[in-house]
Each structure stands twice: as structure tokens, then as C-alpha cells.
Design a binder for this molecule. Structure first.
Ligand code: HEM
Length: 410
């Protein structure tokens, strides 16, 4: 999903430059965003590792920007603060397209995530979740990220794509290379990334060829083959949209599953509330996604001069929509830093975005997290975090690399 440039973090010290990766790896992003929301909800950062950009950090202006896709384009500059390399233009994804192309391509994949498909996938999700949970050791320390979060999300993607089961960790590998800003830091690593993306394309092209001219099957590749909007895509557009679906469904759901464990550990009173009343799980899922906000921002680029909250935005300016901050906006979510499992308006969170690009996989993500919490509850499984997790060093994907945990019964 990400489009990558080369950040030079040490050189930038503006305390209100919230694109600094250190803020996220050290979990110190809360304070600068508090200041931004209070003092300058639409703030111009003149200089950063990603060049100049506007920070939009409160709830209302983010919704405003997302509701005007003609003025604030996803296509003009891509969806992350990092500018794209030339090569990346050859991997167009519909998340980074504007109308009308976006409309047709989104319409093609959307049915794969509709209510009837989700209901159909529910059984599969539960079966996989049960298998993974039943293999976990009790009373021993292990890494939750690797054994549960990554494994569950990867299995789900393999099902969605009808991907060869034994190779499924390739999906995680490609997804990390496609979306992880940290991995690409010089020309050599950029070339390495292109190599992996080429391998990914070749692999999927084979899967595609095996399904062409066959009866439709209920997986994403077959759906793309049999759709008007997507069947004539060239290789680059094909791989771009596949990578979008892989990355879109991978890091995000993975980090919600890890965030659930971390958040419930931080607020033991809320964990007890949930343990005593599993009926709160559907609401807790919304609250966990709000509290974690697995994608810290999406970017838009202004297509014309315009005004936003009294600030003059120029055509070509880039704007970071900081969902991570909007979801802590106290005017919408009182006591916003706390994870409150029965929070009344948890559903209003912006972690899935808003408007025409709102996450197409939201229901699937919610289903996976809900089933995980339900199966943990059935086993009276409490997951205790044993030491501080290792976090992702990036201002885009907001999540965890490692989280040592231990399971006990409650
Ligand atoms: C779009 C977040 C899970 C596929 C988005 C956007 C966000 C987001 C913020 C962009 C909104 C915008 O630009 O306005 C999340 C989060 C997830 C999640 C937080 C998990 C908790 C998934 C899953 C899939 C998926 C499971 C698919 C397997 C996509 C796609 C788009 C998208 C294809 C592009 C939609 C469009 O441009 O119309 N997601 N996502 N996401 N997401 Fe997700």
C-alpha cells in the first residue's frame, strides 16, 4: 500500500513534525498530537523527512477533506506522506486512484467483502482461530505477534486469494516489503524491493493463468478475472491491486489483534469488564480498532487552492490525515486515551477512513477480531504482556513487531 521515499529522520527536530518515526517506535506520539489538536488542527510543517506537508489532526477537518475527493486527491500524490519513486507509478492501486477509475475497480472487489460473503467466511475464520488458539502453550512466554496475529491474518488472506497454503507466509513477506517504509532506505534496498515485487507478480500471474477461462470461483482472483473493470488490467495494475489487497488486509488486522492484547493489559479494569460480560465483545472490537488505529495516516494532495479551517492550502500541497489523532479527539471521544470496552460511540472512529475510499475490508477485519476475542473468552484465556512490545518504526503502519506474552486462566 505504501509508496516509498527515503526519510532522513535525524535531521528533523520540529516538535510538531509528527511524521518522525521515533515518535511511534518509542510510543511518544500522543503529546505532539494533543498540542496540534489544541493549537493548530490544520498545521503546516515546513520541513520534514517527507518534505513540507499539512497535518490535519482533528476529527472534523479530516471528515471534511475525505468528503471532497475532487479537491483532495488520492491519485495526485499517492496515499502516504512518502513520495513515490518513478517505478511505483507502474503499480497503480485503486486506493490511490480518483473517480471514475476508482469507482469501477472498487465495485469489482467490494462483493468479496459483502454481508453474505462475510457470513460464509465466518465459519472458516472460526475454525482457523480455534486451531491456532488450541496450539498455544499456557504459562510459557511466546511472541503473540508471530504466533497469533500474523498467522491468523495470513491464513485469512490465503483463503481470500485461494493461495497455496504451504506458501502462505510469502504473503506476509511481500506485504512487509510493499508496505514497510523502514525496509527501504537506499538504492540497494529499493532494488531488492522491486525484485520481491516482481517475484510476487510472477507468482500471482501463475495463479491468474490457472483460473482464466475456468468457471468462476468465490475468491478474489477469480472475481477480478470475471469483472469488466479489472479483467483488462496490465501487469502493473494487476500487481498493484493485488498488493493493495494483501497489504490492506495484512498489517492492519494483524496490528489490531496485537493492539487488543496490549490495550486490555494497559487497562486491567476494562479487561475484567470484558471477561465478565462477553456480550460486550462486538463493541470492544470497535473500541480496540479506535484505540489502536493501525494506519496512522492517509495522505491527500490538493488539486486546487482552497481553504481549510482558515488555512490557505495551495494546489499541489500534501496533507496527512492523522486518523491516529482524530481517534483521540476529546471533543468526540471523552477520556480518549483510555480503551473503554463499552464506550458508547466507539463505532464513530475514523480508523477505516471516511467517504469513497473507506476501507472495503472493514467487515472482514471486524469479524476476525471478534472471533478471536470470542474464542479467547470461551477458553477463559487471559493474555498477559510480559515486557514492552517492539513497535514498528514508521508514521504509516502503527503497530508491533514483537509482543512477548503468557496465557493464564481467569
Ligand atoms: C482502505 C484501514 C482492513 C482492504 C483503507 C483505508 C484505511 C483502512 C484507513 C483508506 C481510507 C481512505 O483513504 O480514506 C484498515 C484497517 C483495517 C483494514 C484499520 C483493519 C483493522 C482491511 C482488510 C482488507 C482491506 C482486511 C482486505 C482484505 C482495503 C482496501 C482499501 C482499504 C482494498 C481501498 C479502498 C478504496 O480505496 O476504496 N483501509 N483496513 N483493509 N482497505 Fe482497509
Amino acid at each position: 500500500m505504501a509508496t516509498l521515499a527515503q526519510p532522513r529522520p535525524e535531521e528533523f527536530t520540529d516538535p510538531l513534525d509528527v511524521s518522525r518515526a521515533d515518535l511511534y517506535v518509542e510510543d511518544k506520539w500522543q503529546e505532539p498530537f494533543r498540542r496540534l489538536r489544541a493549537e493548530a488542527p490544520v498545521h503546516y510543517c515546513k520541513d520534514s523527512a517527507f518534505g513540507p506537508y499539512w497535518s490535519v489532526s482533528s476529527y472534523k477537518p479530516i471528515v471534511h477533506v475525505e468528503a471532497l475527493p475532487e479537491i483532495f486527491s488520492s491519485e495526485a500524490g499517492g496515499i502516504t506522506l512518502a513520495d513515490r519513486f518513478e517505478d511505483d507509478y507502474k503499480m497503480p492501486m485503486f486506493i490511490a486512484r480518483d473517480r471514475p477509475v476508482h469507482t469501477g475497480q472498487r465495485r469489482t472487489v467490494a462483493p468479496a467483502f459483502g454481508p453474505s460473503e462475510i457470513a460464509r467466511m465466518g465459519e472458516d475464520v472460526r475454525r482457523r482461530t480455534v486451531e491456532i488458539l488450541d496450539e498455544l502453550p499456557w504459562g510459557e512466554t511466546f511472541d503473540w505477534v508471530d504466533r497469533v496475529s500474523i498467522e491468523l491474518t495470513t491464513q485469512m488472506l490465503a483463503i481470500l486469494f485461494d493461495f497455496p497454503w504451504e506458501d502462505r507466509r510469502k504473503l506476509t513477506f511481500w506485504s512487509d516489503w510493499a508496505g514497510d517504509i523502514e525496509l527501504v532506505h537506499d538504492e540497494a534496498s529499493r532494488q531488492e524491493r522491486l525484485g520481491h515485487m516482481f517475484e510476487c507478480m510472477t507468482y500471482f500471474r501463475k495463479l491468474w493463468d490457472a483460473k482464466v477461462d475456468k468457471e468462476p470461483t468465490p475468491d478474489l482472483i477469480s472475481m477480478m478475472i470475471h469483472s469488466e473493470a479489472m479483467s483488462n488490467m496490465d501487469d502493473h495494475e494487476f500487481i498493484g491491486n493485488l498488493i493493495l489487497l494483501i497489504v490492506g488486509g495484512n498489517d492492519t488486522t494483524r496490528n489490531s489483534m496485537s493492539g487488543a492484547i496490549y490495550g486490555l493489559n494497559q487497562f486491567a479494569d476494562e479487561r475484567t469488564k470484558l471477561e465478565q460480560n462477553p456480550g460486550l465483545i462486538p463493541n470492544a472490537v470497535q473500541e480496540i480498532i479506535r484505540w489502536q488505529t493501525p494506519l496512522a495516516h492517509m495522505r491527500r494532495t490538493a488539486t486546487q487552492d482552497t481553504e481549510l479551517e482558515g488555512q490557505q492550502i495551495k494546489a499541489g500541497d500534501k496533507l496527512a490525515l492523522w486518523y491516529i489523532s482524530a481517534n483521540r479527539d476529546e471533543s468526540v471521544f471523552p477520556n480518549a486515551d483510555k480503551l473503554i470496552v463499552d464506550r458508547e460511540n466507539a463505532r464513530r472512529h475514523l480508523a477505516f477512513g471516511y467517504g469513497i475510499h473507506r476501507c472495503v475490508g472493514a467487515r472482514l477485519a471486524e469479524l476476525q477480531i471478534q472471533v478471536l476475542l470470542e474464542e479467547m473468552a470461551k477458553r477463559r484465556m487471559r493474555v498477559e504482556v510480559m515486557e514492552e512490545p517492539v513497535r514498528v518504526r514508521a508514521c504509516f503502519v502503527h503497530g508491533y513487531r514483537k509482543m512477548p506474552v503468557r496465557i493464564v486462566k481467569y
